[in-house]
Design a protein around this ligand. Structure first.
Ligand code: MV4
Length: 501
């Protein structure tokens, strides 16, 4: 058996890096942080036992630079790498590079990442394992004629999706035959430029669905269990704002059927570690496989609070070759948890990123309130990365109690210096539809001022502003440092081995 891990490198930043450090510390594992030039003062750097500089702020030169991260792991004697989410978390090539360097990748086997990365291949796995999937194609579309034939068969409206897409990129809704040709061309060209692969497929459009996902855990000894579902319907332009577990729409029978489907799918691709199977659920409570995320998810805490299981700890134990140590029958669901994402964005300016110095910060506390934060008062939120600053998670015995507790906690929350999504979160939590559990993926479009989508023109305007902002930033940034920076030196073993205080 693999010896337990004693030193882990966290190939990420922000709140998730802090979350992983916390699990490691409780397990007696030494932590190695990595950081970019924009993150010298970041919380994850302050909290880790050791820290290694990667290079300039842009992710391509820091958090996405596989060679630098593997070199940092080797230099510090880390045995394993936790990728968190985003960045390299679903990069099969990186998982392989870790293995080649003798490092344990705390995540699924590269083959499982690849199988699920191709959405059409994932649909084929669902098909042959009897997991319900949205009616449509499971082989690449040859041409417009074939698309028209399939669309007529399954019935309009349909969606054209990029095989290598996900998260809404390269996706087109087609209401009628007249739009098909143009949508097909647009989806192909968007897919080609975004993923370097123009392969697309067609699905029947599910109107006003709920987005419900199932958490799975699989060990290397053949045990696969699910930890129930998360309701993630409250999204804006494919960014989740509020998540909860259990879903107010899912009863014990649906939970069991969705859970079994998720476990079957995971087992079929030889899945090991934590993963999430996404489903669309329609008004009739029919569920359809959408895609599988082969990583820890941002919203994992709500599952932790209702199951009492530490998902990051389980990920590390599984990666070390340990047995899960419990079965599906041991998984019990207790109470209700809700998570709100606090982003540095300006809800009054179409959720434009709002980087800058946090001048004042008071996070809520009290019973059953969890603050998973990557920031502190006086910290400057860099403009280079995702805007997620912190997650606020509450637990209560039932959904009404959790809503009351979230409303109380949001009222305690004060941030100044940067704009945040807090005002929108307060409005969502008090909305009659939210309170009644009337949720679907169009919730934000109905929220006054929530403007779920932006018109094409607004998007173009934002893109232009951001580009100008980026150009201005580049001109004022210091030139890239040459050779070994003091930060790289500080990160080398023996130099900056800062034990936790
Ligand atoms: C769909 C759909 C309706 N019908 N597929 C959006 C992200 C990507 N993962 C899949 N998405 C959707 N696929 C069919 N056949 C509606 C969406 C969708 C959506 C899904 C989950 C959460 C929010 C969403 C917002 C808009 C559209």
């Amino acid at each position: 058996m693999t010896p337990p891990l004693s030193k882990v490198l966290i190939a990420n930043r922000g709140e998730v890096a802090v979350r992983i450090i916390r699990a490691c510390r409780e397990m007696g594992i030494v932590t190695v942080a990595v950081f970019s030039e924009a993150d010298r003062e970041a919380l994850h750097v302050l909290q880790a036992d050791m820290a290694v500089a990667l290079g300039p702020a842009p992710a391509a030169q820091s958090y996405l630079n596989q060679d630098k991260i593997i070199a940092a792991a080797r230099a510090t004697g880390a045995q394993a790498v936790h990728p968190g989410y985003g960045f390299l978390a679903e990069n099969a090539t990186f998982a392989e590079a870790c293995a080649a360097a003798g490092l344990v990748f705390i995540g699924p086997p590269p083959a499982a990442v690849r199988a699920m990365g191709d959405k059409m291949a994932a649909r084929r796995v669902a098909e042959r394992t009897g997991v319900p999937l949205v009616p449509g194609t499971t082989q690449p579309l040859a041409d417009g004629a074939e698309a028209a034939r399939v669309a007529r068969e399954i019935g309009y409206p349909v969606m054209i999706k990029a095989a290598m897409g996900g998260g809404g990129k390269g996706m087109r809704l087609v209401h009628a035959y007249a739009e098909l040709e143009g949508a097909l061309r647009a989806a192909r060209s968007e897919a080609d430029s975004a993923f370097g692969d123009a392969t697309v497929y067609i699905e029947r459009y599910i109107a006003e669905p709920r987005h419900i996902e199932v958490q799975v855990l699989a060990d290397a000894h053949g045990t696969v269990v699910h930890l129930g579902e998360r309701e993630c319907s409250i999204q804006r332009r494919h960014q989740k704002l509020v998540e909860e577990s259990p879903s107010p729409f899912v009863d014990a029978d649906l939970r069991r059927r969705m859970g079994e489907a998720a476990c079957r799918l995971a087992a079929a691709v030889g899945y090991v570690n934590a993963g999430t199977v996404e489903f669309l659920v329609d008004r009739e409570r029919s569920f359809y496989f959408l895609e599988m995320n082969t990583r820890l998810q941002v919203e994992h805490p709500v599952t932790e609070l209702v199951t009492g299981r530490d998902l990051v700890r389980e990920q590390i134990r599984i990666a070390a070759g340990e047995k899960l140590g419990f079965t599906q029958d041991d998984v019990v669901f207790n109470g209700h948890a809700i998570e709100c994402r606090v982003n540095a964005e300006d809800p009054d300016a179409n959720f434009m990123p709002s980087p800058g110095k946090i001048l004042g910060l008071r996070a809520p506390g009290g019973p059953w309130v969890r603050d998973d934060s990557g920031v502190y008062e006086g910290y400057t939120v860099p403009r280079y990365y995702d805007t997620l600053m912190a997650k606020l998670i509450v637990w209560a015995a039932d959904r009404d109690g959790a809503i009351a507790r979230m409303e109380r906690a949001l009222a305690e929350y004060h941030v100044s210096g940067v704009r945040t999504t807090l005002p929108v979160l307060r409005r969502i939590i008090r909305h009659p539809d939210f309170i009644a559990g009337r949720l679907d993926t169009h919730f934000m479009e109905r929220l006054p001022g929530g403007h779920a989508g932006a018109s094409g023109r607004t998007v173009a305007l934002i893109a232009a502003v951001l580009e100008a902002y980026e150009r201005a930033g580049r001109q004022t940034s210091p030139p890239p440092s040459q050779g070994v920076s003091p930060w790289t030196r500080a990160g080398r073993p023996g130099c900056a081995s800062r034990r936790a205080r």
